[in-house]
Each structure stands twice: as structure tokens, then as C-alpha cells.
Design a protein. Structure first.
Length: 292
């Protein structure tokens, strides 16, 4: 198009769901060596917001870009473990043993998956007992950090899938982490708990882990056809600005289908928009410096 003065108009950038111009994040360059890992906690005290789905699929997308990824199932429900075909009820060793037996080699708990560059530290219902048993421990908030320090040199990214709670297990994850990703369902009730979560993160920064930072808020279960979803994203961006990832994860039946198949969506339906969304999130995270 040409302006009335006869000069070409500047191209108009298309706006994404967050109201910002859509950025083309570059394909990340291969790494010359692996480790030490950047540790990221996937945290929201509200359940059903996409923490486990995002942990599995972001981890798989990072692995597809050549990053060595360790996924830590830190939820007694063991959903992340099930997502990779691991039966939580048949585990001889789990994250619980790693936490409660300080002399244990955490390598004994690691499960190598069928996917290149992805390993899992699995969990089961035993982990629920750790919350009570850790209360009497010295430096109880730092137990996970000590265990992960023995593994971090072998990976580029460690993703911790936290339980829907702000209890001692989640505080352990925040104390061990360098960054936090907050998955946020695009509905108004989901907004109410974010302020409490941010307050908890700030307390951990102040008292336990000064290097901790919020890597981003990830809008999940988005339905662009509804005014409700669009208004929620607008309010989140208004409150948190650039902390909100440009990448938005839309609601789709493919995610539960992939979970039933015990595969990341990048393997289950690699050409689906949901798979591309998590690949884009991986590129955005790397571009932001949230992953190597």
C-alpha cells in the first residue's frame, strides 16, 4: 500500500492474543556442551491450569532443539510420570526416596524415557508423606536443591512440575530453582490466586533464594472465540506486562489425547497447532534467556 505522498507505508504487524505484535523467535543454535542446568519450577497453587501438560510439552520441545532435559515430577499424583508411561504404583524408587535418604545417589531414581534428551525423576503418592516428614529436618527448604545439585551438571534444563499447593514441597522447588513459570488458565477465577503466589515467590527470594526470578506467566486453555478469554489475557498483560509470554496455549482435545497415549504432543501430533505452540514457547524461553 502507498501513502498519499507516494511513499510505501510501513508493514503493519499482526497482533497476537496478548495484544502485542507477533515475534518470530529464531530456531535456537545447537549447544557445544551440556550443563550446568537452569532449573525452572512450574508453579500455580490452583489445580487444573496446565502445569503438567506444560512441563511435559515444553520439556519435549526443548529436547527437540537439542537441550538435555530432566523433568522432575514433584506432585504426589504422579501425573507427569504417567505422561511418559511410567506406572507410579510400580516404582521401587521415586523422588520421595531421593528427598528422604540423603546418601542415596539421585541417579538411581532417574528414568530414561523413549525420547532423546528427556529423563524423568518420577513420583507417586509416597511424596505426600515428605511434606510432613521434612518439617523436622534441618534446612528443610533446601532438600531438593541438594539432591538436584548432583544431577544439574548433566542437563541443560531441569523442569519441576509442582503440586497445586504453596506448601513445603513447592517452597523446596522455588528454593532449588533459578526461574518460575506460572501457567494461568484464561478465566477470571484463575487471576485471584496469582497475587498470593507472587507474594510467596518474593518471600523465597528474600529469605532463601535471591537468584530466583519469574521467567514468565503462560496463558493456557485459551479460547480466542470467547470475549471472556480475550478479556482475561488483557487484564493479565495490564497487570504483569512483559512478564506474560507472547506464546499462548489454546484449549484443544489433543492434549488429553496425547496424555492418554503417554506421549508429548510434539511426538503424538507433531504438526498440530498445540505442538507448534510449545515449540514456539521453547524458542521464546530461550530468546528471553530463560533456557540455554
Amino acid at each position: 500500500m502507498t501513502s498519499q505522498h507516494g511513499t510505501p507505508d510501513a508493514p503493519v504487524s499482526e497482533l497476537g492474543p496478548t495484544g502485542r505484535p507477533i515475534t518470530e523467535f529464531p530456531i535456537p543454535t545447537p549447544l557445544g556442551q551440556h550443563g550446568p542446568a537452569r532449573i525452572i519450577a512450574m508453579v500455580n497453587q490452583k489445580g487444573g491450569v496446565g502445569k503438567t501438560t506444560s512441563s511435559i510439552n515444553l520439556g519435549a520441545a526443548l529436547a527437540d532443539y537439542g537441550r538435555r532435559v530432566l523433568l522432575v515430577d514433584f506432585d504426589p499424583q504422579g501425573a507427569l510420570s504417567v505422561g511418559f508411561g511410567i506406572n507410579p504404583n510400580a516404582l521401587e524408587l521415586s523422588v520421595y526416596n531421593m528427598l528422604m535418604q540423603p546418601r542415596m545417589d539421585p541417579h538411581d531414581v532417574v528414568h530414561h524415557t523413549a525420547y532423546a534428551n528427556i529423563d524423568v525423576l518420577p513420583a507417586n503418592i509416597d511424596l505426600s508423606a515428605a511434606e510432613v516428614q521434612l518439617v523436622g529436618e534441618v534446612a528443610r527448604e533446601q532438600v531438593l536443591a541438594r539432591s538436584l545439585s548432583k544431577l544439574a551438571g548433566e542437563y541443560d534444563v531441569v523442569l519441576i512440575d509442582c503440586q497445586p499447593s504453596l506448601g513445603l514441597l513447592t517452597v523446596n522447588a522455588l528454593t532449588a530453582a533459578h526461574g518460575v513459570i506460572i501457567p494461568l488458565e484464561t478465566e477470571f477465577f484463575a487471576l485471584r490466586g496469582v497475587a498470593l503466589l507472587v507474594e510467596t515467590i518474593e518471600k523465597v527470594q528474600d529469605r532463601l533464594n535471591p537468584v530466583l526470578q519469574i521467567d514468565g506467566i503462560l496463558a493456557t486453555m485459551y479460547d480466542g472465540r470467547t470475549l471472556h478469554s480475550r478479556e482475561v489475557i488483557a487484564r493479565v498483560v495490564e497487570a504483569f506486562g512483559d512478564k506474560v509470554f507472547e506464546t499462548v496455549i489454546a484449549r484443544t482435545v489433543k492434549f488429553p489425547d496425547a496424555s492418554v497415549a503417554a506421549e508429548p504432543i510434539t511426538a503424538f501430533a507433531p504438526k498440530h497447532a498445540g505442538a507448534e505452540a510449545y515449540r514456539r514457547l521453547a524458542r521464546e524461553l530461550i530468546s528471553r534467556g530463560g533456557a540455554p
